[in-house]
Design a binder for this molecule. Sequence first.
Ligand SMILES: C[S@@+](CC[C@H](N)C(=O)[O-])C[C@H]1O[C@@H](n2cnc3c(N)ncnc32)[C@H](O)[C@@H]1O
Length: 375
Amino acid sequence: MSGSMNEDAQKIWDERYGQEPAPPSSNQGGDPMHYTLHNFLYQNSIALPTTGRLDGWIVADVGERFMKPAVKKVLALGSGMAIIEEFLLKQDYAEHIVAYEFSENACRAAMERVAGTPLEGRLEMRSGDVLVDNLPSESFDVVFVQAAIHHFEKIDEMFAMMHRLLKPDGLLMYDEYVGDDHHIFSDEVVEILNQLNDSLEPRYRFDHLAGAPRNSIHANTMEAMMALDPSEGVHASRILPLTYQWFEVLQRRDFGGTLLRPFFCGILPNFDWNDERDRTVARMIMLVERMLLQKGVIPSHNTDIVARKRPKPLPPMHPAESARIGFADWVPPALYGTRPEAVPPTLRVTPRAPWAEMGGTNIVDSLRRWLAGRR
Ligand SMILES: C[S@@+](CC[C@H](N)C(=O)[O-])C[C@H]1O[C@@H](n2cnc3c(N)ncnc32)[C@H](O)[C@@H]1O
């Protein structure tokens, strides 16, 4: 690694964006690493609990709820190739987006994509450092960040800046990894991952990234994470406390990933999503995560937030107050959480069951009544 963490991360991302897209790497043509890129898993573990629909998408949902009529000026941070920013423009959720992205390759790719289209002129890509560009205060309606805050090295300065750049009542919107710093998970999470791994038939446990059976799951080490990307999750655990300090949280949708991301990483190619047995195994894993999240046994490592600029930031949250901030049973201290929506939602397990629609509390009775009504 070379100089500052930002420079190292910038180089890593520039190389990644400069590469040709990888060919499909598994027997199902799916990504071996990211469970979120597998439709079956995305739909059941993220789309459904956050939007209530299997074919829902959080970004579109946020756009519909908070960006109609179109937001005039959006500042996007860490936008990569600005694929999602392009979607916001195309859907007319935003009129104009200024996007900062460290990687010049990514900026160039985005500008080439929109060149000559009606979006040209509505998307401005900048590869400089937003902290040193000294943008005018109160000049944006929305700050939009997709999966980049967990890469911010100067996270305190970034939150102060996002707050300063927003107009009064301006909104911060993000979808982020908010778990343990550098993805070095708690012993408890690693233990649960191993118990799940042990319960899998060997053919599901072949790790295609390691090229060997996965007999156990080890905690990430700092050395390995530094070699991979020193900015990965650098201050992830501070994202939520800083959010409540600088912003009033209007909507928070936790969608887990605490077990699913590390558990499925490497073994994804073993699953054929057309095979009902494989789907059943995956559903069980998703169910275990959902139940452990709902019972407050494990924290959610990912969340989607919409928050309004506070007229004045609050004092930093005391560590005791934020200790369980990622857990479903956390209730914001009075000062920080002024709205009921700020309480993390209990994740919905399935679409509303027919008996719930009937307002029944006794499931068996309600089901009986529902069945009777169908005859
Ligand atoms: C995980 S990628 C997400 C990219 C994109 N938002 C997406 O969802 O596809 C994180 C991106 O943030 C960029 N990044 C991290 N810190 C940044 C900063 N302070 N300023 C600009 N870009 C930054 C990285 O270069 C990288 O492209």
